[in-house]
Design a protein around this ligand. Structure first.
Ligand SMILES: [Zn+2]
Length: 158
């Protein structure tokens, strides 16, 4: 690390600490030649994940935005705290596991629906009705019927 004051490469670390998120390390350094002290930050470089929207625009994957979308769908539903965050983590993990640096937004939406479907069916329908913008009431009804059928088969309820 070069000294910002005199350009000497010989600097030493005098302090090193994790920042709050533990993904960043802050180091205080001192130049061996002019004794200037400066700070450097070291963090893991996350692989870029770019979302390609339907209109072709690209946007860095934004987990906070995904969480807020999921949270909105889960509003006042009887789900554990952090359900939205966990779902978002799972979605991100799956996207990253696929290894592609660009992912269509439809893929993110499909994964979000998959997650919500497993967490809470009302939340799933809420999200799907906004996201998939069901063509008409028939579409929505078909989706709900499918859920009912599955519930009937699986849970033994009528
Ligand atoms: Zn220096």
């Amino acid at each position: 690390m070069r000294c910002p004051q005199c350009g000497t490469r010989d600097t030493r670390v005098i302090d090193s600490r994790d920042l709050d998120d533990s993904a960043t390390i802050r180091r205080r350094r001192e130049c061996a030649s002019c004794a200037t002290r400066f700070t450097t930050y070291e963090r893991v470089e996350a692989a870029r994940l770019v979302i390609v929207k339907r209109d072709g625009t690209r946007q860095e994957f934004d987990k906070a935005k995904l969480v807020s979308g999921l949270r909105k769908a889960l509003t006042r539903r009887p789900v554990p705290d952090g359900a939205a965050e966990q779902a978002a983590d799972a979605i991100e993990a799956e996207l990253r596991a696929a290894g592609a640096s660009e992912v269509p937004s439809s893929k993110v939406g499909a994964l979000a629906m998959e997650q919500l479907r497993a967490i809470d069916q009302i939340a799933y329908i809420r999200f799907a009705s906004v996201y998939q913008s069901f063509e008409d009431l028939e579409d929505l009804k078909r989706e709900v019927d499918t859920l009912y059928a599955e519930k009937g088969n699986g849970g033994g309820r009528t």
